[in-house]
Write a protein that binds this ligand. Sequence first.
Ligand code: PEP
Length: 230
Amino acid sequence: MKFLVSNWKMNGDVEFAENFFEKVNRIDTKNRVIVCPPFPLLHKFKDFSHSLGAQNCSERTSGAFTGEISPLLLKDLGCEYVIIGHSERRRMFNESDETIYKKYKTLTDLNLTPIVCIGETEEERSEWRDVLSIQLNKFKDDGNLSRAIIAYEPIWSIGTGKTPTAAEIHEVLNFIKRTTHSKCPTLYGGSVNIKNISDILRIPSIDGVLIGGASLKIEEFSEMVRCSVC
Ligand code: PEP
């Protein structure tokens, strides 16, 4: 079994969600498929045969926080997973490691699984160990870590068509596993598509992939869901 996480980002509409549901629902697969549409489309995935996730959440569960989304409400809507710390949120919405850790705590306390994204920029590529160590610092010895998933997403690879080599991904995922005492699954994300997914899923240290753009092509994603390299 490999994890296949589909991150729609701020894409899709009601019609797209209905088409996606119809095509992907009930595909027979050994993989754990987790679909993360935008918040207003989550309700379209009621009775979905695969798993549902959200792309972000508040670190709090209720209160006077206009515009925030409670993880409790996400649970109510059927979400089992929540992506946190995506590089787009870190960079464009100034999310700090501290905030991401608070979200992780809230989620694991609620028995929701955080998918914690970490990764280095192009400029930081030669220092990836230092960058990832800082991003993992609060999590690595946390008692709830076995309830989380870590996704390695090099920022220079997201949406660019550029991917690290299989050996590079293997080295980084092994580093993450060593740092976190192999307590949780480790995924790779960044320009995964129908052409490279089989090779990527054959990397020994990988537990799955996070797919952005290519998961919006419903036929292509359906084929990836069926992928049985795993
Ligand atoms: C992502 O946004 O997490 C991602 C992996 O995007 P893409 O697959 O488009 O590179």
